[in-house]
Structure formats: structure tokens, C-alpha cells
Design a protein around this ligand. Sequence first.
Ligand SMILES: [Mg+2]
Length: 275
Amino acid sequence: MRPEVQAQLAPFLRTVAEARHAVLLVDYDGTLAPFHTKRDQAYPYPGVVPLLQEIVRNGRTRVVVISGRGTTDVLPLLNIRPRPEIWGIHGLQRMKTDGSTEMPRLDEKTLNGLLDADRWLGYQQLRHTAEFKAGSIAIHWRGMSEEDAEDLRARVLLGWRRIAEYSGLDLLDFDGGIEIRASEADKGDAVRTFLSEISPATPAAFLGDDITDESAFRAMQGRGISVLVRPRWRKTEAQFWLKPPDELLDFLELWLKACTEHNTFDSGMAAAVNG
Ligand SMILES: [Mg+2]
């Protein structure tokens, strides 16, 4: 990790070492895992899973994944036990650690809009480019030539713009595609909801890469740290930038070290009290 970044992160990591519990909120695609043209093969960067596994096993950190994917999509890619809590579809869906899922309640207007968006793809013979989720449809053009991607985007938007307008759905560009979805939630809402359930004293961090993570970065302001994880820096509201995979792995290692230090600190206290 660049020494200046490590120095900037040090005060936060100290709070992690000193706290009883900490929260690590992470996006999945582009953050923990490099992009893959086959989405079901987008496994995390080598080294990420063992470190996250150790962090979870240490017991002081709640790891929560907040992804644009559906929750069940993330599980086979991020094989960690016990399974972390997962918020899917930008927070429209929530799967708790016991596997129970809270599904979005979508109103009729939203559902009809999604049906129309799907019909439009059928009409344009573009269904094979789509990923269907509860509350959203995403079109992916990763791996296509720039020209093909632009053509695909134009054809999709030709129908979706109007549909989004009359049905109140959101159109959302992301890295490698576009999505039409229920407007009830974004990652910022997910982060705010999650943080409202835990003690304000609990150190928290959010790691993300995409434009859709910016609302989550903003939601962390005054509450914890926000980290852009991306090979190249871009304009962002995140406080820190880590270049994956190396600096991401360094960060996770430092986090784990902070949690382990806490254990030492704790047993030292216990010894002092008992002695
Ligand atoms: Mg991402």
C-alpha cells in the first residue's frame, strides 16, 4: 500500500482495534472481484476470500455485502462461512446471515413498468443481454466492442427512456451496462438503514468502485470511512482510494491485524484485572 494512504487510514484502523465490534460494508463486482464477461465466473481476487474468512472468523467484524446483483447470485461466488449478510439489487433485497430474505414490495406501477421494459427487450431481441432481478433489469455489454456497446445502449434506451418516465422507474448507468429499476432504494439508503440499526460508536467502512456506490460513500459521511476500490482513480466522494488487488489485500490484512490486536488488548486487560 502507498505509505501515505496507510498513514491516512491508521487513525481509523486504530478505532477498529479499540472497538468491541466493527462493520465492513463491501460492494462485490469491481471491488472484491475483477470484472468477468461471464458474470457467474466473477470470483474474488486471489487472496480476498481467505482474508475475509479470517476477518469473519475472528468474530469482531460484521461483513456485509451490498451489491447490484441479486442476493443468491453473490453467495456461490463469495464462499465464506458463516455467510455474510447480503443486500442485493442496490438494497432492494436483504438476506440475513440465517438465510432469510426480505423481498421488495413493489407497487403495480413499478411492476408494469418492469414488464414493459422486458417486453421492449423481447421486441428488440435483446433478452440474452439482460439480467433479470426482483425489482430490476440490467443490460450488460462488458466484453463487447465500443461500437456494439453503444448500439446496444441506444436500442435499449429507445424504449426504456419512455417506460422509465411513465412508470417512475430509475435508469442507472453502471460500469459495463445500464439498468432499469424500482426507485425505492439505492445503496445510500441501504447503508443508512444498516447504520441506523447499530451503535453510532461502531467503526464502519464502505468499499465500492462504481457510480452506484457514490450514494453509499455519501451515506458514510460523518459516520465512517468510504473507500474507492478501482484500478484507476476517478472523481469520487470517497475519502480514500485503493488500487486492487494489492492495496485491497493490504487493507484487509491491516483490518484483520487490528481485530487481532484487539484480542491481545482484551486478554491483556483480563490478565491485569485477574492479576
Ligand atoms: Mg461494483
